[in-house]
Design a protein around this ligand. Structure first.
Ligand SMILES: NC(=O)c1ccc[n+]([C@@H]2O[C@H](COP(=O)([O-])OP(=O)(O)OC[C@H]3O[C@@H](n4cnc5c(N)ncnc54)[C@H](OP(=O)(O)O)[C@@H]3O)[C@@H](O)[C@H]2O)c1
Length: 303
């Protein structure tokens, strides 16, 4: 298979490209900077036509669209919130248009999405049929998914993996929490009752590959492990994984967190119990269905 990937330098993109190449597939990396190797093609997600040479995409079977400014790694100023939106929606629309005009067209577009779609759902369990929520991120994700419409209208199978918190020691939330946990100073965030829907990086990659292969799946598919946990349980599991005692009395209250980190703390305080209904029904075999197993594999470097 020949697969084009945007955002291929990121945490998920790097692991996905490695996984595809290891199995003999060809990867075409859509990059925003000057080209540095033969497998790269320039694109500009801000240009209406993505400023990409369609000839460079000739013969691709699929495209995985992962591009977007980080959601959890910067303070959410008004400018940065605008960046979170504008780094995803116009680029996805432009890319979908380019794919729709290719001849032949690729069979599949896997266009990243997130469980942010659901907003804050408290303790209620949600699957792919749940409506989108009322938070800023829910609005971004709604428009991000809708932006891929030109590809679907052209007959390309469009899948939206709604990823949960992807756990990797190399990036994302776990990467940021690990140094604190190793110091034995990991607090419970807010009330600790908020539900965190997570997925191991190997399963995130395995599930994206599953979605690439399964021509019968389209639309939203939750990429979360079947074992969402409360923040208190997550903190206890991470403390255990790094060999530190759990300190349930050590708390970072929500107002203090909002003051210190700003609105972007939503990743830690939003509650969403998201179930991978479609993935499970389709028979995806999770490698790490439980948090303890996922953390132990990640921290021991076994993947
Ligand atoms: N990690 C998670 O827990 C998680 C959960 C749910 C959804 N997702 C979504 O999945 C996608 C990939 O996640 P990730 O964790 O691999 O993210 P990441 O490590 O932050 O990588 C995202 C990539 O997007 C590109 N990018 C960065 N800023 C951009 C901008 N302003 N405009 C356009 N492209 C930009 C960069 O690639 P280039 O420099 O190569 O262009 C970057 O490497 C993201 O869209 C993310 O929102 C991630």
């Amino acid at each position: 298979m020949r697969v084009a990937i945007t955002g291929s330098s990121g945490m998920i993109g790097t692991a996905l490209a490695d996984s595809l190449r290891a199995d003999g597939h060809q990867v075409v990396r859509l990059v925003r900077r000057a080209l540095a190797s033969a497998d790269e093609v320039r694109w500009d997600p801000r240009a209406a036509d993505a400023a990409v040479d369609p000839k460079a995409l000739a013969g691709i079977d699929a495209c995985v669209n992962l591009a977007g400014a980080g959601v959890g790694d910067r303070r959410w100023t008004a400018e940065y919130k605008a960046e979170i939106r504008s780094s995803r929606i116009p680029g996805t629309r432009a890319l979908a248009g380019v794919l729709a005009r290719l001849d032949p067209r690729p069979a599949t577009l896997v266009s990243a999405s997130a469980i942010g779609w659901y907003g804050d759902t408290g303790q209620r369990q949600v699957d792919e049929t749940a409506p989108s929520g009322g938070t800023f991120l829910a609005g971004v994700v709604r428009d991000w998914e809708a932006a891929a419409e030109p590809a679907a209208a052209a007959g390309i199978r469009v899948v939206h993996p709604r990823s949960g918190l992807v756990l990797s020691s190399r990036g994302g939330l776990l990467h940021r929490l690990l140094p604190v946990a190793r110091l034995g100073a990991l607090p419970t965030f807010g009330s600790g009752a908020q539900v965190m829907s997570w997925i191991s990086l190997p399963d995130e990659i395995g599930a994206i590959r599953f979605l690439l292969d399964r021509g019968d799946l389209a639309g939203p598919v939750n990429l979360t492990a079947p074992d969402p946990v409360t923040n208190s349980a997550f903190t206890a599991a991470l403390d255990a994984a790094v060999g530190r005692p759990n300190l349930p009395w050590l708390r970072a209250p929500a107002p203090a967190l909002r003051l210190a980190v700003g609105e972007g703390v939503t990743e830690l305080l939003t509650s969403a119990r998201v179930i991978p209904k479609r993935l499970t029904e389709a028979g995806y075999p999770f490698r790490y269905p439980t948090l303890t197993k996922a953390l132990s594999a990640e921290l021991s470097g076994r993947r």
